[in-house]
Design a protein. Structure first.
Lengths: 925, 481
């Protein structure tokens, strides 16, 4: 639909001008807004059946429409025809103007006005999929509706407004909204009839009022508290927080709560999640062997701390992409580069090392494009981008920057872990090592040099000697496997001159050579007794308490020459490409210098960059409203959707930069707005006007993310372990889940680690934690900017039957029964407060009490039910036993005596389980 | 277009945050089949709404993909090569190797003539190795493609390419695409089911092979497990009887309806539906896996009375019972055929386990009139080299073969493909597919075609691009239709 902007004659619409011109008259606003509405509701760029959704659009949109050609025909031509038939004029045909349309192409006229059936344009767009004359030649056929539009248009004379010209996507890109500089818009006036608490509301309310709509009233305070607590910390409010909030009658009670939440440690945990989705964090390599990366969590730890310290977004960007290149780089900045270490590593025998290294760089380039710029630059890996002005050479310009980064692990002691004595132990280790090596050093080094040379020769001329090809391959496949070390680090050390190797690198490669290098001269290996030496050195190494390591990046010692890959195939290099950034977006550092990651990161966060701030605030918005102002949030290009509130987006972007890129300040700004604080109650009257709530005339209920579903159950039942950070854990899940992958083992954690927040759950890429998958966690192979939310019976089965949730119900029941309460109603009220953050209303208390009574009478008659209900726990996970027959048929009665307390616990467990299964329990309203 | 479909499309075309209420589930597909009876004859009354999503009339309604993971050896099972036997022990002639860029498959190995004996079966004279007598006996029901080729020689990418159309994980698999495109015909079973019959060791590419990728998670394959619950968390929590479970569901329903009355949030309705469906799944699954109603003849057909054939046979029977009950797509795994060494013995073992039940499935489907509407596929991610494995030695009698992407064989049956028909051939060594070559993407295009789907039109917008199963390739293999 963006193409409407693309071809729009600006003298008519002035739409793009709206973004740039800080001062515009009321009529201009209205015209622009109407068009924006229209744009939003007009058919999506995918060219699907959505065309007939015109009738869904608001009446205002239809009023704003121009001629049929502009509204209906031009989008189809622009989407499906003009990339070949405008400036390029394939087959001599250009469809950019009426004259060129009527003139036709090399094969003659294409349109006979008034006679669609005889027009070759019509014949081609309706030809069978397999027909040679079909147009467009690629992609889906035009829909029936689109074909009808074209037919009617031709039959009625192929009208085309005088002087109106279309442009190809490329030409149109020059005026694309998101590529224009961010200019802080003026705050629009509002009528005063709707609540305006800050600037955000002015934009939203002014828009609503222009549609003759009103905001929703503010949500009731308890709903609001639960909402903001979930949004800022990912957890439901604790009962005591609800009570103290209810007791605070001051004007600023809400703001107090917001400030408390923004500074709680859980805030960093909650907001780490979108970053982890973006870099597709995992604890394993991916691919066949999917080996563990036991120190991957160090990046997550850094991230949580950075967010809790409100590290400004520009600094986050620079440190994560190029922390190692900062002049004052320390361990913290190196830890930040762990962001880039979440690409996959293929360690399967036979895998081409370079092929999969290239995939990593492509993955990082794609992630950078989508994550910071909302641009699908990955499309330009194989060819110039079809819609956005990103050329393949520009893709490789960015690739060239990231291609200079190598994966390394560093010694990064945890706080309190390192000491002088431990450091001394390392010195001592090296001394003893020298003692052991010294007698054979000369001979050993000669052998190792020969071994390295054979491999380097093999790399230079692959295919000559398969045995040495294989030696090199093995070095790349096994180096640091199971430890999450940089896979190709060993290869890079071999490429490094001996004099440039660090002591640690020297030692580690020597160890590797002793273990794998006997092929060079097995006779010498045995005469020098190198096997025995290897054993001694290995024992020596394991005796030392080494500092905890961490994944990081380092600039390559030997710069790599980058060639464009023909059709994206790394085996077919074309011309050399130097590192550069798309200059049409923002001026970059002196292009005559060799640009590196630090230049790239600084370019992204320069105030002149039109995309970074817009993309970042849009994703924040998505976190609070379920959808971005631009939605989906991963495409700000020509085929993406236009913003629902363009001025608001730009104001937020400029405000973000103005406040020093403080994420926490922006979060506060958003949650303090009246827009955010509106009730999410469904408004049937808006159903036909604004079915997707793009105008923000209410808040929206959002189902919890996978993390939140489990965290909430653990939190309300008191099971949650609140420790922040640390290595990943293995909460209980059926054994068979891990077994679906190749030789994966899930060793269930013991004690409090069973109940950590889901953020800390081990991410095994090939057999992910089942609960996460059921609740829509994204695959960990590529950048993800927003999660989907489905509603499935498998989710119901999980909440009903997963022992984790049933154990939570038992624990919750114990807590409720431990309370000093006068009667059932008081307990029911307390239960509701703990779980839903509110008191029962309507018939709820009656339903719950009656269910409780029913359960009591069952428990009174069936001691067996009681016994089983109070003894079951998540331990039953570990065995994966065949389904308990007693759960299929009515249970066989166990005659052991049960107490009244047991019966109460069983009855309340049932009741608590009901609450944990409610739609509301997993929904943030 | 009905409002429901319109909404569905809107949901499906939006990335990021979706509307769960609208895309409740493949399980709630609006195909309108009676929930109470699982019998096909009663189900078959209504196909009109499903038809609305086809691009053209389908030949098949369901798919059972028997995925022989690891790479079964075509030259020992389906593709007899006298020339290879003649050259046994000699280097591979130069002309076969000159096109190779693959680092693994190098030219210093020797030709390895198959020790197997081949027999021609049926009217078509289709050749099968003596390890596959039962499939051979079905020759006239089968379509054999001897000219398959692929573009990856590693398991993980090769399997991903076969199931998901891409060597990188994160793309939706065929079953997800199909159920997304066509919905399900079952109201109490998932539309896309995965059966694992390997013994302990997982499938190489793991759950990525039945992943929904970027499609909504409702379209992920639901694993039926041989251990524990057939569907994850299908049985009640330990200690909860069926009576308590129903009471619990009723209370949850009452409370959700109370909330619905307060807020009018349509998503709550979807949640209520999902819980009822979960209950129906709990009720239906035990019936599905209960084979007591099957006759002795059927049990024998699938080899259920024999320890060797029972595990795979039980899954084959389960697959039939599933398609009978409207499950759209069944992936049935057997691993592993990755015979780098001791190939002859390993093949014997794998074929002993699978030959009889796979043939039994085809016969049974045919007898029941289900084969016409069910497309069965038998095959792995690639074939095996006509030469010895070079990495692990060539101890006489213990030879193996390496991965081989340039030519291999798969079988198809039913679903509107020709029967008693062989397509294509490999060269004299079984090295390259040389005639009527069929790439993995072509096979996928053909499978979708059989289901009434145009592979170029079944697209989903993700990261700013319209993705499809066949990437930017694939041609329907019309010769087998």
């Amino acid at each position: 639909m963006m193409q409407i902007i693309l071809f729009a004659d600006r003298r008519t619409y002035q739409f793009p001008a709206l973004f740039r011109n800080p001062v515009f008259d009321e009529a201009g606003i209205r015209r622009g807004l109407l068009l924006a509405v229209f744009l939003f509701f007009s058919p999506s760029a995918s060219g699907g059946d959505e065309l007939n959704r015109h009738s869904d659009g608001p009446p205002a949109a239809q009023a704003a429409s121009a001629s049929d050609f502009q509204r209906d025909v031009a989008p189809i031509l622009s989407q499906r025809c003009l990339s070949c038939h405008a400036e390029k004029a394939r087959g001599g045909l250009s469809l950019h103007s009426r004259d060129s349309l009527l003139q036709g192409g090399d094969s003659g006229k294409v349109v006979i006005p008034g006679d669609a059936e005889s027009s070759s344009l019509w014949q081609r767009i309706t030809a069978a999929s397999e027909s040679e004359i079909r147009m467009p030649p690629e992609g889906p056929r035009l829909t029936k509706q689109q074909q009808d539009v074209i037919r009617k248009w031709i039959d009625s004379g192929a009208e085309w407004p005088g002087g109106f010209e279309l442009k190809s996507p490329l030409a149109a890109a020059a005026s694309h909204w998101s590529f224009q500089p961010i200019v802080r818009p003026n705050i629009p006036p509002t009528s005063g009839r709707n609540i305006v608490r800050n600037e955000i509301d002015s934009f939203v309310v002014s828009r609503l009022e222009s549609e003759q709509l009103s905001s929703a009233p503010e949500a009731d305070p308890l709903t609001l508290l639960r909402r903001v607590t979930l949004d800022l910390t990912g957890l439901p409010p604790a009962a005591e927080d609800v009570r103290s909030f209810m007791a605070d009658h001051s004007e600023s009670a809400y703001e107090h709560a917001v400030d408390r939440l923004l500074h709680s440690p859980a805030y960093g945990e909650r907001w780490a999640r979108p970053w982890l989705d973006l870099c597709h964090f995992a604890d394993t390599d991916g691919y066949l062997t999917d080996q563990p990366r036991p120190v991957a969590w160090r990046y997550r730890q850094w991230l949580i701390e950075a967010l809790n310290n409100d590290l400004p977004f520009d600094q986050m960007t620079i440190q994560q992409l190029a922390g190692d290149l900062l002049p004052d780089s320390g361990t913290d900045q190196l830890l930040a580069t762990g962001f880039l270490r979440n690409t996959l590593s293929n360690r399967e025998g036979g895998a081409d090392l370079e092929e999969f290294r290239v995939e990593q760089i492509v993955d990082r380039t794609t992630m950078l494009g989508i994550g910071w710029m909302g641009l699908t630059v990955g499309c330009a890996r194989c060819h110039d981008h079809k819609y956005d002005p990103v050329t393949q050479t520009e893709f490789f310009g960015l690739y060239a920057v990231l291609n200079q980064a190598d994966e390394v692990n560093i010694d990064a002691p945890l706080p309190g872990e390192w000491s002088v004595s431990k450091e001394q132990a390392v010195v001592e280790y090296r001394r003893k090592r020298d003692e052991l090596v010294e007698p054979v050093r000369k001979a050993l080094e000669d052998l190792q040099r020969a071994w390295e040379n054979r491999m380097l020769e093999a790399v230079a001329g692959p295919g000559v000697d398969p045995v040495w090809d294989r030696q090199w391959e093995v070095l790349g496949l096994v180096w640091g496997g199971h430890f999450g070390e940089g896979q190709l680090e060993g290869c890079e050390i071999v490429r490094t001159p001996w004099s440039k190797r660090s002591r640690d690198e020297y030692d580690r490669l020597q160890d590797y050579f002793l273990a794998h290098g006997s092929l060079i001269d097995s006779a010498a290996f045995s005469s020098l007794k190198l096997d025995a030496l290897a054993k001694q050195l290995s024992e020596l190494r394991t005796a030392v308490l080494w500092p905890t390591r961490a994944p990081a990046m380092r600039e390559a010692r030997v710069p790599r020459v980058v060639n464009r890959h023909v059709r994206g195939d790394f085996r077919v290099p074309a011309e050399t490409v130097t590192a550069h950034f798309p200059a049409w977006l923002a001026p970059s550092a002196d292009q005559s210098l060799v640009l590196n990651r630090l230049d790239l990161a600084k370019w992204l966060v320069s105030p002149e960059h039109p995309l970074t701030a817009r993309v970042a605030v849009n994703r924040m918005w998505q976190g609070f409203f379920g959808r971005g102002i631009v939605d989906p949030s991963d495409d700000f290009g020509l085929r993406g959707q236009p913003p629902s509130h363009p001025e608001l987006l730009d104001w937020l972007a400029s405000e973000f930069i103005r406040c020093g890129w403080s994420v926490r300040k922006m979060h506060k700004l958003i949650v303090m707005s009246a827009t955010y604080r509106q009730s999410s109650a469904y408004r049937p009257e808006l159903r036909s006007i604004d079915p997707d709530n793009r105008l923000l005339a209410r808040q929206v209920p959002l189902r919890f993310t996978a993390d939140q579903v489990r965290d909430a159950a653990l939190a309300v039942s008191g099971l949650l372990t609140k420790r922040i950070g640390g290595p990943s854990v293995f909460p209980p899940q059926p054994e068979s889940v891990a077994k679906e992958g190749y030789s994966n083992v899930w060793k269930t954690s013991e004690g409090p680690d069973r109940y950590r927040r889901s953020l800390y759950t081990w991410v095994q890429r090939l057999s992910p934690y089942a609960h996460h998958v059921t609740f829509d966690a994204p695959p960990t192979n590529s950048v993800c900017t927003g999660r989907t939310r489905t509603n499935s019976p498998l989710q119901a089965l999980t909440l009903l039957n997963d022992p984790v949730f049933f154990e939570a119900a038992q624990a919750l029941a114990r807590q409720i029964l431990a309370e000093d309460a006068a009667d059932d109603l008081v307990r029911v009220q307390s239960l509701m407060l703990r779980t839903l953050g509110r008191s029962p209303v309507g018939g709820e208390a009656a339903i719950l009490e009656s269910y409780l009574m029913q359960q009591r009478s069952i428990m009174a008659e069936s001691p067996g039910e009681v016994r089983r209900l109070i003894s079951a726990s998540s331990e039953s996970h570990s065995t994966d036993a065949t389904p308990d027959k007693s759960s299929i048929t009515a249970g066989t009665e166990v005659t052991t005596e049960v107490t009244d307390a047991d019966r109460e616990l069983a009855s309340w467990t049932s009741l608590c389980s009901v609450i944990l299964n409610l739609h509301e329990f997993i929904t943030r309203d | 277009m009905t409002p429901v479909q319109q909404n569905r499309r809107r949901f499906l075309s939006s990335g990021g945050c979706g509307l769960g209420a609208i895309a409740l589930s493949q399980l709630l597909a609006d195909d309108g089949f009676a929930a109470s009876s699982p019998v096909r004859s009663e189900l078959a009354s209504d196909t009109s709404s499903a038809m609305a999503r086809h691009h053209f009339p389908p030949r098949a309604k369901n798919v059972i993909f028997i995925f022989m993971s690891g790479g079964p050896s075509h030259v020992d099972l389906f593709d007899p090569k006298p020339e290879l036997i003649r050259l046994h022990g000699q280097p591979v002639p130069e002309e076969f190797l000159k096109t190779l860029a693959d680092p693994v498959i190098r030219g210093d190995a020797r030709c390895f003539g198959s020790p197997r004996k081949f027999t021609q079966y049926g009217e078509s004279g289709m050749a099968f190795s003596d390890y596959l007598p039962s499939l051979g006996a079905c020759a006239d029901e089968l379509c054999m493609i001897r000219s398959m080729y692929t573009t990856s020689s590693n398991h993980d990418p090769g399997q991903l390419l076969m199931q998901c159309g891409s060597v990188l994980f994160g793309h939706p698999c065929m079953g997800s695409w199909v159920t997304w495109g066509l919905g399900s015909e079952s109201k109490n079973l998932p539309g896309f089911v995965v059966l694992l019959s390997n013994s302990g060791e997982g499938v190489d590419a793991g759950t990525a092979l039945w992943s929904n990728g970027f499609l909504p998670s409702n379209y992920r394959g639901v694993t039926f497990r041989s251990q524990g619950d057939p569907i994850l968390h299908l049985s009640n929590p330990a200690g909860v009887s069926q009576r308590l479970q129903r009471d619990r569901l009723d209370a949850v329903g009452q409370m959700n309806r109370e909330r619905l009355a307060q807020t009018a949030d349509p998503e709550i309705n979807a949640r209520i539906e999902a819980y009822e469906l979960a209950w129906r799944m709990q009720m239906a699954a035990p019936e599905l896996i209960d084979f007591r109603q099957e006759t002795e003849a059927t049990r024998q057909l699938y080899g259920l009375n024999d320890e060797t054939t029972r595990p795979f046979g039980a899954n084959c029977l389960l697959a039939r019972r599933m398609v009978e009950r409207g499950v759209r797509f069944v992936q049935l795994y057997h691993s592993t055929w990755d015979d780098h060494s001791d190939l002859n013995n390993h093949l014997k073992k794998n074929t002993s386990m699978t030959d009889l039940p796979a043939a039994g499935l085809i016969k049974d489907l045919s007898q029941r009139g289900l084969l016409d509407e069910t497309l069965v596929i038998w095959g792995g991610e690639f074939g095996r080299t006509p030469m010895h494995e070079i990495r692990r030695g060539t101890t006489p009698g213990k030879e193996g073969r390496d991965h081989h992407p340039f030519g291999f064989t798969i079988l198809l049956a039913g679903g509107g493909v020709k029967s008693g028909f062989v397509l294509g051939r490999t060269d004299e060594l079984g090295y390259h597919a040389v005639e009527d070559r069929v790439h993995v993407h072509d096979l996928q295009a053909t499978i979708l075609h059989c289901l009434g789907l145009d592979h170029t039109q079944l697209t989903y917008r993700h990261h700013g691009r319209d993705f499809r199963l066949t990437d930017v390739a694939g041609n329907v293999v019309h010769k087998i239709l």
